[in-house]
Design a protein around this ligand. Structure first.
Ligand SMILES: *[C@@H]1O[C@H](CO)[C@@H](O)[C@H](O)[C@H]1NC(C)=O
Ligand SMILES: *[C@@H]1O[C@H](CO)[C@@H](O)[C@H](O)[C@H]1NC(C)=O
Length: 403
């Protein structure tokens, strides 16, 4: 048998090899030219920019975003009621196929890169201080980071509700539960009388506007970055019923008379906490205040059969209908709380993490009927989901702050 003719594939392959050998030195030279700083044609455009306002923009459909899950329903930290995929919420996966596009020209909100994040925050501590919505956000961050670095120690730094140390990076992320930021507890009239008793008050909640809640005092000396929130509980009549169990504000240990309404109490508490934190945190600590997370109850409030069954983000017009202060609707709380926050933070050294606008659109992203409660949960958020975008925004903020 004659030796086989050269296989037809051999010719092109050899030509390709030859070409590569010829091209290689040229490519190397090109690479050298490009990576030499003085000759680099353009700076990398992906760096987060101080000039971009990432908090304004719109949600765009992004088919590629869904499959690229950053973590899934098996992340153990996800609270049962927020696990929309495991709970079979109809759009549990679909709600991830939306990407936030900031409105400024050329502005993109980069996805948090967990490895980069871990690397940048080596040997440091990040604390979330606030209500369950801050826990919602904390869990998202923990799950994203665990996705690339599973060696964690679960523990509770002093006062914390929960915390994790990413052992390879010596980074601790912890959550501190506090509803009002300030201390509060049950109050009932004293038989010996007093200013509130003489006004006819029998029971309620004593809220000390100038005393931080015990849970997070020690977080101040432990963390390099602190992310605060408060809001929902100031306007939660189910707990602080104006008649049955009103908030009774105290300052310097004495009742404030005439008694204040919750919104005035909130102003005072914020003012005191901003002042307190100026001295209480570590010298180089970064203090961040997160704006109010909007709720999306339709057809009544949470205790009136309200629901949130949409499977798409709201349009801009619908957002205004929901949240405009002029409409005085069910979910007015978001922008109302923000007015108080902005007033208190204006002259402070806090950075503001403004997640309100992007979240107002996302009526589709709550656990809704799958939250495992007697009523629909249109307040917390599905995980994975919008919280991941909050953390994208947090990561960008941290990079800008530290650059
Ligand atoms: C871990 O980080 C802390 C600061 O948060 C630092 O004090 C400590 O020395 C670090 N531990 C190691 C083993 O590097
Ligand atoms: C807003 O609505 C609530 C009831 O939903 C009502 O009690 C309150 O008076 C209204 N406020 C204004 C300014 O209309």
């Amino acid at each position: 048998m004659p030796p086989p003719a050269r296989s037809p594939a051999w010719g092109p392959r050899r030509r390709a090899l030859l070409l590569a050998l010829l091209l290689l030195p040229m490519l190397l030279l090109l690479h050298l030219l490009i990576s030499s700083p003085s000759l680099r044609p353009l700076p990398a455009p992906r760096k987060p920019s101080q000039s971009c306002d990432y908090s304004a923009g719109e949600w765009v459909r992004d088919a590629s975003a869904g499959p690229a899950l950053r973590y899934d329903h098996t992340c153990k930290e996800v609270f049962k009621g927020w696990n929309c995929i495991a709970n079979g919420k109809g759009n549990g996966r679909d709600l991830l196929r939306w990407r936030w596009r900031p409105s400024g020209a050329g502005c993109e909100l980069p996805r948090l890169d967990p490895r980069r994040f871990l690397d940048r925050h080596r040997d440091s501590n990040i604390g979330f201080v606030g209500d369950s919505l801050n826990r919602n956000m904390f869990v998202s961050l923990v799950c994203m980071l665990r996705g690339v670095s599973g060696e964690v120690r679960k523990w509770r730094p002093a006062g914390a509700d929960r915390g994790f140390t990413f052992l390879r990076y010596n980074l601790t992320v912890a959550y501190y539960r506090t509803n009002l930021l300030v201390r509060y507890g049950r109050w009932s009239a004293s038989p010996n009388g007093g200013p509130l008793e003489s006004l006819g008050y029998k029971q309620g909640f004593r809220v000390d506007v100038d005393i931080p809640d015990q849970t997070w005092i020690e977080a101040c000396s432990f963390h390099d970055i602190l992310i605060f929130n408060t809001g929902h509980w100031w306007f939660a009549p189910s707990k602080f019923d104006p008649i049955q169990s009103p908030m009774l504000f105290f300052e310097k240990g004495k009742p404030i008379v005439p008694p204040l309404l919750p919104d005035a109490g909130l102003d005072l508490a914020l003012q005191h906490m901003v002042t307190f934190l100026k001295k209480a945190v570590r010298p180089n600590a970064l203090k961040i205040f997160r704006t109010q997370s909007p709720r999306h109850f339709e057809g009544g409030d949470w205790n009136e059969g309200g629901s949130c069954s949409r499977d798409q983000p709201l349009s801009s017009e619908e957002v205004e209908e929901f949240f405009s202060l002029d409409n005085n609707g069910t979910n007015i709380e978001a922008r109302l709380v923000n007015k108080h926050l902005m007033k208190a933070l204006r002259q402070s050294t806090f950075r503001v993490l403004d997640i309100t606008r992007m979240s107002e659109f996302r009526a589709d992203a709550h656990p809704s009927t799958t939250g495992g409660k007697k009523h629909d949960d249109c307040m917390h958020w599905c995980l994975p989901g919008l919280m991941d975008t909050w953390n994208d925004l947090l990561a960008v903020n941290l990079e800008v702050a530290e650059s």
